[in-house]
Unconditional design. Structure first.
Length: 480
């Protein structure tokens, strides 16, 4: 059993964990509002500039399971500090006057930080009292979502006044601060743990995830080169199947696939995957609709900065929901909370589909989305960690975050495909009705999420207290 931190350290630990999780999420999202500015500054096509976002998501998805396994071992503090150092170095590359290729390298390094969220949860679970640990884990999950809502308007504002380098300069400042914060506050992992990284398994998983997220982000590939896209999709599925089979045989798996087969864990990850599709779909629909010029016959022609302000209700209500959920969870089981949260997000889709004639309606829909996403994100760790040993916290939540990343990418891709299908030949913008169609697709995803969560609740999942998981040993895992 690990000793609790000293009083002063414990007081600093909670805000530090939340700050680090917020920073890595916000910095990774910096690519979204800066795509046009990057294309102009570096004289590259918009498709190329889009990679400043895509490559961060890719590197984050690939790094997350590896960091999760490292975080389960005795060198968690060193892993956190080394990862943040990589993020700081990447942030420096985005600020220096270097060619575009170096900007992509920097953004990839920044994306690696996304894998730290699960490690923050592991620290909270190991070093905080039970009740406070549960609430902190829920909030870490929430701030990892609303980070985009914080980073988007700030980055857009700095870009308007100081150019793209100023926005990335903010990223360098906050990541360096996060590194200093981690060095000061993160305790060492409890004694008696070991973790071995399956390098071969990590490479196979990285290849499969890279292809999945690449195919999700490159929607034009499906329309222009369908055969190539299909072949790559088959290769991706084969790689993931090979990885899963090897993990089942390994004595030191990167992700404990056997634990993933527990009904509570499997159901939660399925719900996260489908919900991720719907959540990110609505987020992108609203922001894109707000920026569409009046000449299209709809939209509001907002600047990048003002469009970023549309995300403020998302972040504020998401944080409010995250604060409320741990209290509600004392009375309502986790799977039922997931189902209720999915219904709330579905309500956001209904609002967007039925009423989007003025900005107030868009703000309302975004606020409803934020509340639903915040509640869903806060409830999710409890469902998974209730059947997960403390030593496997980082690994289990890392896998869930990979599932979420894939869902988000597919949600973005599905939105792009539906809107592209609703764009008449020779037109730059889709018909207004295409947004309604996309909203109905998202509503269907949230309906599936609701049914999955209700099924999980009927199976009688354990209590959703993240700190109450049994500390049982895993098959084939060293416990020394």
């Amino acid at each position: 059993m690990s000793a609790a931190p000293e009083h002063s350290e414990a007081r600093l630990l909670v805000p530090s964990l939340m700050f680090i999780a917020l920073v890595v999420a916000a910095v990774a999202s910096l690519g979204t509002p800066l795509i046009t500015s990057v294309a102009t500054t570096f004289h590259v096509a918009l498709d190329s500039a889009q990679w400043t976002l895509t490559i961060a998501l890719l590197s984050g998805a690939v790094a997350t399971p590896v960091l999760g396994r490292l975080g389960a071992g005795p060198h968690r503090r060193a892993t956190i500090l080394a990862t943040l150092a990589v993020v700081v170095a990447g942030s420096a590359l985005t600020v220096l006057p270097l060619p575009f290729a170096w900007l992509l390298v920097g953004r990839a390094a920044q994306g690696v930080g996304l894998g730290l969220t699960a490690l923050m949860m592991g620290v909270a679970r190991d070093h905080l009292p039970e009740e406070r640990g549960a609430a902190t884990i829920a909030l870490i999950s929430v701030v990892s979502i609303i980070g985009a809502g914080v980073g988007y308007p700030l980055a857009a504002l700095l870009t308007e006044f100081g150019g793209v380098r100023a926005a990335y300069g903010l990223g360098l400042l906050v990541t360096a601060t996060a590194l200093l914060t981690a060095w000061r506050s993160i305790p060492v992992a409890p004694e008696g743990r070991s973790a071995h990284v399956d390098v071969a398994g990590a490479l196979v998983l990285a290849g499969g995830l890279f292809l999945v997220l690449f195919l999700a982000g490159q929607t034009s590939l499906w329309s222009d080169h369908l055969a190539v896209a299909v072949v790559l999709a088959i290769v991706a599925m084969l790689l993931l199947c090979v990885w899963a089979a090897s993990e089942l045989r390994s004595k030191t798996p990167l992700v404990d696939v056997r634990a993933m087969r527990h009904p509570a864990v499997a159901g939660a990850n399925i719900a996260m995957f489908v919900a991720g599709i719907g959540m990110y779909l609505l987020l992108t629909l609203i922001t894109r609709y707000a920026q569409t010029p009046h000449s299209a016959g709809y939209g509001f022609g907002l600047t990048t900065f003002v469009a970023g302000l549309v995300l403020v209700p998302f972040s504020v209500l998401g944080f409010v929901a995250g604060r409320l959920t741990p209290r509600v969870r004392e009375r309502i089981e986790g799977p039922l909370l997931l189902a209720g949260s999915a219904v709330v997000v579905g309500g956001g889709f209904v609002l967007f589909a039925a009423a989007r004639s003025n900005l107030a309606e868009l703000f309302t829909a975004m606020g409803v989305l934020g509340f639903g996403v915040g509640s869903f994100s806060a409830a999710m760790p409890g469902v998974i960690l209730a059947v997960t040993p403390k030593s496997e916290t980082s690994s289990a939540m890392s896998f869930n975050y990979v599932v979420r990343s894939v869902g988000y990418s597919l949600g973005s891709a599905m939105g792009g495909l539906v809107l592209a299908a609703g764009t008449d030949t020779g037109q730059l913008f889709p018909n207004d009705g295409a947004y309604t169609t996309a909203a109905l697709v998202g509503l269907a995803a949230m309906a599936i999420t609701t049914l999955t969560s209700l099924t999980l609740a009927r199976q009688g999942s354990p209590e959703t207290n993240p700190t109450a998981a049994p500390a049982r040993a895993q098959p084939g895992r060293s416990s020394r």
